[in-house]
Ligand binder design. Structure first.
Ligand SMILES: *[C@@H]1O[C@H](CO)[C@@H](O)[C@H](O)[C@H]1NC(C)=O
Ligand SMILES: *[C@@H]1O[C@H](CO)[C@@H](O)[C@H](O)[C@H]1NC(C)=O
Ligand SMILES: *[C@@H]1O[C@H](CO)[C@@H](O)[C@H](O)[C@H]1NC(C)=O
Ligand SMILES: *[C@@H]1O[C@H](CO)[C@@H](O)[C@H](O)[C@H]1NC(C)=O
Ligand SMILES: *[C@@H]1O[C@H](CO)[C@@H](O)[C@H](O)[C@H]1NC(C)=O
Ligand SMILES: *[C@@H]1O[C@H](CO)[C@@H](O)[C@H](O)[C@H]1NC(C)=O
Ligand SMILES: *[C@@H]1O[C@H](CO)[C@@H](O)[C@H](O)[C@H]1NC(C)=O
Ligand SMILES: CC(=O)N[C@H]1CO[C@H](CO)[C@@H](O)[C@@H]1O
Length: 557
């Protein structure tokens, strides 16, 4: 046969020519595709491109790495990302091959996700888990966090670790978004603006497309607030829906892990993956037996025939919330929109416990007691820790001994650490405070408002004291973009290096409900988001927008 008569060198030549032709072909085909704009790209757009082989997960990782470099090295030092995963490219290549051979494992297959730096990843992969603190640099964690195990099983790529308010903002007297390792993270919508916290880097990174999606954690406001300040969709799940195993803790009674993303649809996809029981976090054993497919909640008509309540007392009183009047104006408009979408607005629908919540010190006491017990346990469980820190007491001493690393300009004291260190365990007063929290937040709080008014959900601006009742009850919040401060907005200092509010800075709208009501809340948030499209009304300031796109990567060496 002719083929066998050809000289080896000729075969080689033909092969080289064919390869060259293929490369030219793929480069021209690639140019013809309209790649999704990574500033805004959704998981479903990325999956469509990956499935059609317009680009690979390797391309995606390279593009996001380049975008992070742009913002870290050339841009206005947003300080959103602490570390990149040195194994991300090889993991992406393996997931690309698997997709080709066997198809995708889930709709997170090959999708890069950035984790708040308090969520543990196996040290052998090359990343640190530090909660922003030098006291945890180089520490060897026993295993992946529960949510990370689920993400990996679904085929997600851990792109890196996000900056945060150090220890999820539980040191005291520190600005939102500041950590010893990361410095001051700032907002992409106006220079030097507060990104809020404590999931600050997750919020900023999602807001300008440094990654597809991100995870944060909330104890009281730490997903909801950065979602609000960074023009995002975010879900603070019911405590016990997502595992906290392997997450640097504040309190098992309030901590919860959830997504910060550019759309409700993306948040629903991520939540569907990370939700579920984990033997390493027994609070997850109390969740309903079947994890819903939260993407089934994405219904534009979700408000039809529903009753949505407005807990005005305390939560819409600017004197008590500290909210700028612009937020209240946008909120009243949002109520009209929700009504136009078919809901009955019940206004007011107050929390009977509203005034007591403002006066109560029960939450602080519970967090102080839990933090000492759980942080001591976290340090004790590390397989190694080069800093030598093995307890909260050691950590306080470490910070005092390393002021250049761990104390920003005009640092006063780590008051939360000191208060926690003074506690003496889960005694009778602790359990009484815990019971009061349930009563104030749930029984005479959110649940009472829902029952007394026969409601499906509550709605409030995301800012102010909105997160407190849900925090002490362990209840969910789903947040979407509500509006932006006007161009002539007067600014206030929010920390030594940050301001808030600021011209054009975003703020959000939160839907609240009872335990495990995420499915309904996601529906309401989606219907509102689809009707208003507020996120798309405004982009980050030009210097904060990275320019690298898939077209710069695909087909290039
Ligand atoms: C983790 O921290 C160590 C220092 O202990 C550093 O050498 C290493 O580069 C860090 N890993 C990454 C991925 O940045
Ligand atoms: C979880 O386990 C701890 C100790 O093993 C126990 O004290 C606690 O009550 C359990 N919590 C739940 C929600 O099961
Ligand atoms: C708002 O709160 C302030 C301070 O507690 C109070 O004096 C004022 O009456 C409240 N306003 C309304 C409308 O309830
Ligand atoms: C806890 O809440 C209850 C009910 O409002 C209140 O009576 C009590 O003083 C609070 N405890 C603390 C420590 O604030
Ligand atoms: C419980 O411990 C706290 C300190 O953590 C202390 O203030 C309180 O008096 C103790 N309560 C009881 C009943 O021992
Ligand atoms: C900003 O402009 C609006 C209308 O242009 C005006 O009503 C408002 O008073 C101004 N606010 C400030 C703080 O100057
Ligand atoms: C630190 O405090 C001093 C004195 O109050 C003040 O003048 C200075 O501006 C502050 N520095 C920063 C960065 O906030
Ligand atoms: C440890 C680390 O990666 N720090 C980074 C924090 O962010 C700044 C600016 O974004 C980077 O320059 C640092 O490398």
């Amino acid at each position: 046969m002719l083929f066998f008569k050809l000289k080896t060198s000729l075969v080689l030549n033909i092969f080289v020519c064919l390869q060259a032709a293929r490369i030219v072909l793929s480069a021209t085909t690639a140019a013809k595709f309209d790649f999704p704009d990574l500033y805004e790209a959704s998981i479903s757009e990325l999956q469509a491109g990956l499935d059609a082989q317009q680009f690979s997960s390797v391309d995606l990782v390279k593009a996001y790495f380049a975008r992070i470099d742009e913002v870290n090295l050339k841009g206005p030092a947003l300080r959103a990302v602490l570390e990149l995963n040195p194994s991300a490219l090889s993991q992406a290549a393996a997931l690309d091959l698997e997709r080709k051979l066997f198809g995708k494992r889930s709709n997170m297959h090959g999708i890069p996700i950035l984790l708040k730096d308090n969520i543990a990843t196996v040290s052998s992969e090359g990343m640190n888990t530090t909660a922003g603190s030098f006291s945890l640099l180089g520490s060897i964690v026993p295993e992946d966090a529960g949510v990370v195990k689920r993400l990996r099983r679904a085929g997600a790529i851990i792109l890196g670790k996000a900056n945060l308010s150090e220890f999820a903002h539980f040191r005291g007297n520190l600005a939102s978004g500041w950590s010893g390792r990361g410095g001051q993270c700032t907002n992409a919508y106006f220079p030097n603006t507060d990104p809020c916290g404590s999931s600050s880097g997750s919020g900023v990174a999602a807001s300008i497309g440094l990654v597809s999606v991100t995870l944060g954690s909330e104890t009281d406001g730490s997903i909801t607030c950065p979602t609000s300040h960074n023009n995002l969709a975010g879900i603070k799940p019911t405590v016990g829906l997502t595992s906290r195993a392997g997450v640097v803790p504040i309190s098992e009674h309030q901590d919860t892990v959830g997504p910060l993303t550019r759309s409700v649809a993306d948040a629903a996809i991520v939540l569907s993956i990370i939700a579920g029981i984990d033997p390493n976090d027994n609070f997850t054993l109390a969740q309903p037996p079947i994890v819903p497919d939260f993407t089934k909640a994405l219904n534009k008509n979700a408000f039809k025939g529903k009753r949505i309540g407005v807990p005005r007392r305390v939560f819409l009183n600017d004197t008590l919330t500290g909210n700028d009047p612009s937020i209240g104006i946008a909120f009243e408009q949002a109520l009209l929109t929700i009504k136009s979408l078919g809901a009955t607005i019940v206004d007011p629908a107050d929390l009977p416990s509203a005034d007591e919540i403002v006066a109560s010190g029960n939450e602080t006491f519970v967090l102080d007691v839990d933090f000492k017990i759980q942080l001591d346990a976290y340090y004790a469980a590390l397989l190694e820790n080069p800093s030598g820190v093995r307890s909260l007491a050691d950590l306080i001493a470490f910070d005092n001994a390393n002021p250049t690393l761990e104390e920003p300009t005009n640092f006063t004291s780590q008051s939360d650490f000191l208060a926690a260190e003074r506690t003496t365990g889960r005694n009778a007063s602790f359990f009484q405070s815990l019971a009061f929290d349930k009563e104030l937040g749930a029984t005479r709080g959110i649940d009472a408002a829902l029952k007394q008014n026969n409601l499906d959900a509550l709605v409030l601006p995301a800012a102010g004291r909105t997160t407190v009742p849900a925090a002490i009850a362990g209840y969910p919040i789903v947040t979407v973009p509500l509006g932006f401060f006007p161009e002539n907005q007067t600014t206030k200092s929010a920390g030594p290096l940050t301001i808030y509010p600021a011209p054009g800075a975003p703020f959000g709208l939160s839907f609240l409900g009872t335990a495990f009501s995420e499915f309904d809340l996601i529906g309401f948030a989606f219907a509102y988001e689809q009707k208003t499209q507020t996120r798309l009304a405004r982009k980050a300031f030009p210097a904060a927008i990275p320019q690298t796109q898939l077209t710069d990567i695909v087909g290039k060496a």
